[in-house]
Write a protein that binds this ligand. Structure first.
Ligand code: 5MM
Length: 337
């Protein structure tokens, strides 16, 4: 298949009106943080067992169309000996991989961050594709203060995201472009909206400059929310602000917007997605999820690293996936919890 047809096919397999993406691409330090509260050490084997449990959840493919894996998972196997990417696709869940190499300070822009990993990206993508990955993900992170992100921070991060996305498309992998405006801080919703609009504007400008085809990418943004130390916003408020910002800056050619949960609780993230879809009006894109914590957390706490809890954990995952699928149609109600 030529590159264009591969991109087209992947978008077709991942984008519909009722499913979302499961983010299971936590790096080693993040996985340690997730396992610590349940008393499970983060080893190659515990990470394999957890991710194999997720991917083999019976019926998951009804609600989930893509899974973002961590590099090591591409080469790991399920209990019955199948490569994890193969087990995902057996449920019609497209396997993909996180390809960024983590973040660090951005010189010349105190308080801003920049993500590493462009060196050798072409070769890595070729290797990941050989292991079954059909899409990739790269996250840039934007802390919010009175001064951040700076103009330099916004421009530098956008440039990196666009260079990554262009290489992915060249190699026939659909890029998920993830610019995350963090929830940390006491800023209000208006400030989050201002920053998110500036960030996305810069990102799409850079994507255009680097000739990224919007039809063959997915956007994974934050919702527009007040900072964690400010207050909690009602779903309708989140939905109105989020849609207002997205309509200003995201081209209609982008097939799907898949939100990250970013530290929202599982129920909060579902209620917010539901409100967004109820108020979407004539928005041109699918409005879906690419949640990590908001899909995995209840399952992780049911599992506790014990084989005998496997089924219970899978039921918890399936429940969140199903409720988010209802939220995609604006048909979720908190009483369903
Ligand atoms: C923002 O994090 C992404 C979505 O997860 P949440 O819904 O929990 O916010 C997630 O894909 C994230 O990029 C990965 O967990 C990898 O993070 P690290 O920092 O470990 O690379």
């Amino acid at each position: 298949m030529d590159t264009e047809s591969r991109l087209q096919q992947t978008i077709q397999d991942m984008v519909d009106d009722h499913r979302g993406i499961l983010a299971a691409d936590e790096s080693l330090p993040t996985m340690e943080k997730r396992f610590k509260p349940i008393g499970v050490p983060s080893t190659e084997e515990t990470r394999r067992a957890w991710r194999s449990l997720l991917v083999t959840t019976p019926g998951l493919g009804e609600y989930i169309s893509g899974i973002i894996l961590f590099e090591e998972t591409l080469e790991q196997k399920t209990e019955d000996g199948r490569p994890i990417p193969e087990a995902a696709w057996a449920q019609r869940i497209v396997p993909g991989v996180k390809v960024d190499k983590g973040k660090g300070p951005l010189s010349g822009a105190p308080g801003d961050l920049i993500t590493r990993g462009l060196d050798g990206l072409t070769e890595r993508l070729q290797r990941y594709a050989g292991l079954g990955a059909r899409f990739a993900k790269w996250r840039e992170v934007y802390p919010v203060t009175r001064h951040n992100p700076t103009l330099l921070g916004r421009k530098a991060n956008a440039e990196v995201l666009a260079r990554y996305a262009a290489v992915c498309q060249e190699q026939g992998l659909v890029p998920i472009v993830e610019p995350e405006v963090l929830m940390d801080g006491d800023h209000d919703t208006e400030r989050c909206a201002e920053v998110t609009e500036q960030v996305l504007h810069e990102v799409f400008h850079a994507l255009h400059l680097h000739k990224v085809r919007f039809e063959y990418m997915l956007l994974k943004p934050n919702m527009v929310l007040p900072g964690k130390d400010c207050r909690r916003a009602e779903p309708e408020e989140v939905a109105e602000w989020t849609l207002k910002v997205l309509k200003r800056v995201v081209p209609a050619a982008v097939p799907s917007i898949n939100f990250l949960s970013g530290g929202q609780g599982p129920e909060e993230a579902t209620a917010n997605l539901d409100a967004i879809n109820r108020l979407r009006g004539n928005a041109p894109w699918q409005l879906s999820i690419s949640y990590g914590r908001a899909l995995q957390q209840p399952a992780l706490h049911a599992w506790l690293g014990k084989e005998e809890n496997r089924e219970k954990a899978q039921q918890e995952l399936l429940k969140r996936a199903r409720l988010n699928s209802l939220a995609r149609k604006g048909e979720y109600d908190p009483s369903m919890e």
